[in-house]
Design a protein around this ligand. Sequence first.
Ligand SMILES: [Zn+2]
Length: 184
Amino acid sequence: MKRTIAIAALLAAVTVVTSVHSASARTRTDVSAKRHQSIVDANGNRGLVISHKTGAKAYVSPQYASRFQSYINDLEDHGAQVFFMGGYRPGRCSSSSLHPCGKALDVCQLRRGRVDSRCHLPDRRSLAVIAEAHGLFEGGKWCNSDYGHAQIGTTAEACGNKHNLYAAVAEFKQHLGLDLGAEQ
Ligand SMILES: [Zn+2]
């Protein structure tokens, strides 16, 4: 019985630590997002991203334009044809949308998670790998997939990372010599 209580207390502690950690991560994201809200840089340049195949344009923060541009170039080198993109969007920059601060770019997206097949984008997994090579996070990695949306930084864990947390808790319990199987 004592052991059951100890395990319950441990799990509760892990849950509290985890939620406190993610709350502080969110705060950090909001603060850094606010810092980069300018649409033009010191020289008055806007952050243009352009498809060299179709001429489709979008604007992002000038600070990150080269990163998004190299991503688009790479996608087109992989056989994609980017017919349309969506960068800046009015509103308040927050961890739920980085578009208002120019830190996100939608590529051929018809709606959340759905892209225009004419653009021939790489599949979800490949797109995420290419995005990562340019220092971007691809929305197709989320459980609620936003395939086609690439952004600066991670505002929510990739799908599957929660399972890694359970694995970490199990490992930790094993380390302490707590064996749930022995309770039965
Ligand atoms: Zn988006």
